[in-house]
Ligand binder design. Structure first.
Ligand code: ZN
Length: 484
């Protein structure tokens, strides 16, 4: 165990500031988040520390869902081929990414089964049995499960994997307007959820050529990584009746008429953790936002021969007091140097540490050190919980400001392509709305189209802007970026 750990750690020699992508590939293992040595490509092992961080993110999702009256469900992993084939665009979009189960024991199955790449087709075969009348609507469900996609692109821990820890919300509504109101609620959920991750983002309406398979339209949630590439952290989709028609999801309205439901979905995944790792970190390692951090506070005793006992006693008291206040705290009693403890917990993104030495015990205080800027502060034991909470809040605020500063200073708006050529980050250009012009920009700048900003102010054309490709009047601003 110790051997393999030290082997992994000695490989970590790339600095984040020098090679972000390689640094990322290493830190996920050196910080004990996952183990990539499992012998199936793109299927990694969640180590306890990484799983705790993910579960903390899940907790935030559960809270948002409960708050907005979504109910949790759990659908089977296997989907019969016949169900999956019902929506033509959907199968076109996912067909090449599906894992098939063809045998049960030694027997070839009459009908092939697939591992869910997402659960529309599983859920929508059952929703008609649950929905009878307008009184059953809206139906708001969600689940957090594993999904499977046979990725052909290069895999990357948490960002692009073949077995995905996945969140999906599925809703059914009486009409288009109510479904639109759901999308608005999704955008509100995003706002509070991503604030908790200290992650600024942009919600962009994807162009038609890049919408979700089967959707009327899709909104992508894009975060800008320090590498200058964006990472899609989630998406929501307006389906209108595209799925309810083939799956027969109908309801009886107030006049006794049968009508098709309008549907939406909202999806996110373990990429959230990948995004947190990428966005909040420095050359010393990770910086977990307080609500994500598996350990928020680590206590390190500063020991001198003959004076150990009062220090250890004080450490235990501090641990008990913080723990009782709901703070995730660890007392690191290991017999290694304090310096190597600092190094390890900084790398693992613990928000702050508390040092306790003999003199601190005598003066009834502790020394606090923040992860982000290593700022030290003496805190009186009598004010411990209050001060630790204040430091954690200030730390989160810095994470947010730092990420937001990066997004703002790397978003470039211009009227002509030449002005953004060679720039990294998010590029905003006026757009006529036509696909060939969007694709021309993609090719010219070697970027992908993120789409039209969902914030009206950011999308609105001021006056007179023209499409830089065809010269026709622009209908909105459009965002482009290199993506993961
Ligand atoms: Zn154009």
């Amino acid at each position: 165990m110790a051997d393999s750990d030290s082997k992994l750690k000695s490989n970590s020699n790339v600095k984040r500031s020098e090679d972000f992508n390689e640094w990322y590939n290493q830190i996920v293992e050196t910080a004990d988040l996952c183990d990539k040595r499992y012998p199936v490509k793109g299927m990694n092992i969640w180590r306890p520390y990484g799983l705790k961080a993910m579960k903390n993110i899940d907790k935030l999702i559960h809270a948002e869902m409960e708050h907005t009256n979504h109910e949790e469900v759990m659908f089977p992993l296997l989907i019969p081929e016949g169900l999956f084939q019902k929506e033509a665009d959907h199968i076109k979009g996912f067909g090449g990414e599906v894992y098939w189960v063809t045998h049960g024991g030694f027997n070839e199955l009459d009908e092939r089964l697939l591992l869910r790449p997402t659960s529309e087709t599983a859920m929508y075969s059952i929703f008609p049995l649950w929905i009878r009348s307008h009184a059953d609507l809206p139906l708001k469900t969600y689940q957090i499960v594993n999904t499977f996609r046979y990725e052909t692109k290069m895999t990357r821990a948490f960002m692009r994997v073949r077995e995905i820890h996945f969140f999906e919300a599925h809703t059914c509504h009486a009409d288009f307007e109510d479904a639109e109101a759901q999308i608005k609620e999704d955008l509100d959920i995003m706002k509070s959820f991503f604030a908790n991750l200290c992650m600024p983002y942009q919600a962009n309406r994807r162009p038609d050529w890049d919408k979700f398979a089967g959707a009327d339209y899709s909104i992508g949630i894009d975060c800008l990584m320090p590498s200058g590439r964006t990472l899609q952290m989630g998406s929501c989709h307006q389906y209108k009746t595209n799925f309810s028609k083939p799956y027969g999801i109908t309801y009886e309205d107030v006049n006794g008429e049968q009508k098709f439901c309008h549907q939406t979905t909202y999806g996110m995944s373990e990429r959230l953790l990948g995004g947190v790792i990428g966005m909040h970190s420095d050359d010393n390692g990770l910086m977990f936002p307080k609500l994500v951090a598996p350990i928020q506070v680590v206590i390190v005793p500063i020991l001198f021969k003959g004076k150990e006992e009062p220090v250890l006693k004080a450490c235990r008291e501090v641990e008990a007091e913080l723990s009782a206040a709901g703070i995730r705290v660890k007392f690191d009693e290991r017999d290694i140097t304090a310096g190597s403890k600092y190094y390890e917990w900084e790398q693992k993104g613990v928000c702050m540490r508390i040092e306790v030495g003999p003199r601190d015990v005598e003066s009834g205080a502790v020394m606090t050190v923040r992860r982000d800027n290593r700022q030290k502060e003496v805190v009186k034991r009598a004010e411990l919980v209050e001060q630790v909470n204040a430091i954690l809040d200030a730390y989160d605020e810095v994470l947010w400001q730092c990420a937001n500063g990066n997004l703002e200073s790397n978003t470039h708006r211009a009227n002509v392509i030449e002005a953004v050529e060679g720039k990294s980050g998010i590029l905003e250009l006026p757009w006529c709305g036509e696909e060939p012009c969007g694709l021309a920009v993609e090719e010219r700048l070697d970027v992908s189209t993120l789409g039209i900003p969902t914030e009206e102010v950011a999308a609105r054309i001021g006056g007179g802007e023209v499409c830089p490709v065809c010269g026709k009047p622009a209908v909105s601003w459009c965002r482009f970026a290199r993506t993961y």
